[in-house]
Design a protein around this ligand. Structure first.
Ligand SMILES: [Mg+2]
Length: 172
């Protein structure tokens, strides 16, 4: 069970995954999570790094299909259209059906498919259970939020300390 939550590979972000990895592993198709893997959660903006990465993937002859649990078809199709990839929305990962639908879209056998996503319990668990290769990436939003949260927390700490000292000085 624990082994099912272990990804085969782990990277900081989608664009850090080298195309050579797919060649070395015999991967011909990708099943990709959308929210927090390709784009920030509920955000249509795509970074130029992500767009470039998809260009490299396509140039290498690797097919890609977004398989998203997001239930808004416009949201999923908008991103898929910009990237020129296939898509399945409202997929209900980690259900086997979600991955079978992606596999059907790709038209590629499961042993030649890698699942890429930011969540252990949907993307990694689901992909491992199917016998597909799995690649975990850090969630896009968490990276941004963690950075700013820590900074703000530190700023508040410093700010409070400064006020405290000022008050003490005034009392003295
Ligand atoms: Mg996700």
């Amino acid at each position: 069970m624990i082994g099912m939550l272990r990804p085969d590979f782990q990277y900081e972000s989608l664009q850090d995954i080298p195309v050579e990895l797919f060649r070395a592993e015999g991967i011909k198709g990708l099943i990709l999570d959308l929210d927090n893997t390709i784009a920030p959660w509920n955000d249509k903006s795509l970074s130029s790094e992500v767009i470039d990465w998809f260009e490299k993937i396509k140039a290498a002859g690797i097919k890609a299909c977004i398989v998203s649990n997001n239930s808004v078809p416009d949201r999923v199709s908008a991103v898929a259209d910009v990237l020129g990839v296939l898509y399945v929305y409202n997929a209900a990962k980690p259900s086997k059906k979600a991955f079978l639908l992606g596999m059907e879209e790709l038209g590629i056998e499961l042993t030649a498919i890698a699942v890429i996503g930011d969540q252990l319990f949907t993307d990694v668990f689901g992909g491992n259970r199917m016998g597909m290769k799995t690649i975990l990436v850090s969630p896009i939003n968490q990276k941004e939020f963690l950075g700013t949260k820590v900074l703000r927390f530190l700023e508040r700490l410093v700010g409070r300390k400064a006020n405290y000292t000022d008050n003490n000085k005034r009392k003295m």
